[in-house]
Design a protein around this ligand. Structure first.
Ligand code: BGC
Length: 452
């Protein structure tokens, strides 16, 4: 989403581990893998999918490629086989599977309604038709206030009935976004809860309400992005007083969210900023350490699949050439960032896979600075959501930020005015974060790449 004070390369990346045997959590096989296929003592080479085998600690026999029953303590949702099964075992333990495979994304009625109204307001017939088609592209639904949580029950009930009538397993894609003292290093998305005013208890209640809705529909899959910007802010922005104050509460609240949501079978991806934030060499290892620690503190649940990158940001997954604003960072796009981060996470005991937001990444080389994140002018809708990612580490390309919803107001008298939203590369005038920005949406539509 945002990035702040990009650090330059102060620390070299860890040298590649060249060894005859793969390390614990290292790769040991898969299509196109040319490295070692054996593991160091104490770990077993385990096939996770056709593209990836990994050295899992322990000497237990790896799961066979036929059905491996999930642990009995796991809830119903992930144990039900996807309706169109992938080639390898669809019911194997969650860590071995891609939760986006074999399921049909449920289309957010909230976003569809915004898009339909926006299309209705367009007079040009061609643009109108293109705009209306965006309602059919799966986009995450943000639960950015506790008052919206009841809607989740409605969506899940709807998804359940679609599932019953079509036989297609549905997945509801949500963003969990209501931390107390939210958006601690910026202003545009400051939230409804404050730490000083019962924020942690309010947050627990918010999570409990989400869980209560999800529990009622154990057969509908839920995939969640957890708290955009929060942990990334703890990696680079502890010099900001509000972030330093929030550190313990963020960690406690994220831990609560991860555990409670895992207990009802929600597949989760923690937000991990983007290439221009945690992708700087000096930030990679501290970031991996933090994410791995948070993963372990939450019980290393297989439902904590990994990390979401580029949420609400504008980076390419794979840039044709580095944007000049990337200023020599070897990780100049999301694929380079992910390829650099994944092995460090594995060394730290977190076998993470990724999802990457490409919703507004269709046009590149638009920004004055890599850290600019607010309503970037001339952006276009990007690559459509797909599990055909071309990367062993990436479960799916996704649309997390609902394109057309604003990043932040350009009104300098608003309490949530952030000066980033008044920079020369920010589209103005812009309404409050999360509210509809019609002119911006129309530009996203007309500049979509691939075209709509
Ligand atoms: C806003 C949220 C909104 C989200 C998705 C954030 O920037 O603060 O209110 O739900 O974007 O548009």
């Amino acid at each position: 989403m945002k990035s702040f004070a990009a650090l330059y390369a102060l620390v070299a990346l860890l040298p590649a581990l060249a060894s005859a045997q793969s390390a614990e959590w290292g790769q040991c096989g898969g299509i196109d893998w040319t490295g070692s296929t054996s593991c160091v003592a104490g770990s077993t080479c385990t096939k996770l999918n056709d593209y990836y085998s990994q050295c899992i600690p322990g000497t237990a026999a790896p799961p066979s490629s036929s059905n491996t029953p999930p642990p009995t303590s796991q809830p119903g949702s992930p144990t039900s086989a996807p309706t169109s099964a992938p080639t390898s075992a669809p019911t194997s333990a969650p860590s071995a599977s891609n939760p986006f495979v074999g399921v049909t994304p449920y289309l957010s009625p909230y976003y569809a309604n915004e898009v339909q109204q926006a299309a209705a307001a367009i007079s040009d017939a061609t643009l109108k038709a293109k705009a209306a088609s965006v309602a059919n592209i799966p986009t995450f639904t943000w639960f950015d206030t506790v008052s919206k949580v009841a809607d989740l029950g409605t969506y899940l009930a709807d998804a359940q009935s679609i599932q019953n009538s079509t036989g297609q397993k549905q997945v509801v894609q949500i963003v969990v976004y209501d931390l107390p003292d939210r958006d601690c290093a910026a202003k545009a998305s400051n939230g409804e809860f404050s730490i000083a005013n019962n924020g942690q208890a309010n947050y627990y209640n918010y999570i409990d309400q989400l869980v209560a809705q999800i529990k009622k529909f154990p057969d509908v899959r839920v995939i969640a992005v957890i708290e955009p910007d929060s942990l990334a802010n703890l990696v680079t922005n502890l010099n900001v007083q509000k972030c330093a104050n929030a550190q313990t509460t963020y960690l406690t609240c994220v831990n609560y969210a991860l555990k409670q949501l895992a207990s009802v079978g929600v597949y989760q991806y923690m937000d991990a900023g983007h290439a221009g934030w945690l992708g700087w060499p000096a930030n990679l290892t501290p970031a991996a350490q933090l994410f791995a620690q948070v993963f372990k503190d939450a019980g290393s649940s297989p439902f904590i699949k990994g990390l979401a990158t580029n949420v609400a940001n504008y980076n390419a997954l794979s840039a044709a050439s580095p944007d000049p604003i990337t200023q020599g960072n070897a990780n100049y796009d999301e694929i380079h960032y992910i390829n650099a981060l994944a092995p460090v996470l594995q060394q730290q005991g977190f076998p993470a896979t990724f999802i990457v937001d490409q919703g507004r990444s269709g046009q590149q080389n638009l920004r004055q600075q890599w850290g600019d994140w607010c309503n970037i002018k001339n952006a276009g809708f990007g690559t459509r959501p797909t599990t055909n990612t071309g990367s062993q580490f990436i479960d799916s390309i996704v649309w997390v930020k609902p394109g057309g919803e604003c990043d932040g107001t350009s009104n300098s008298s608003s309490p949530r005015f952030d000066s980033t939203c008044a920079l020369s590369d920010a589209d103005q005038p812009a309404p409050e974060a999360g509210t509809w920005f019609q002119e911006y949406f129309q530009t996203l539509v007309s500049r979509a790449n691939p075209p709509l």
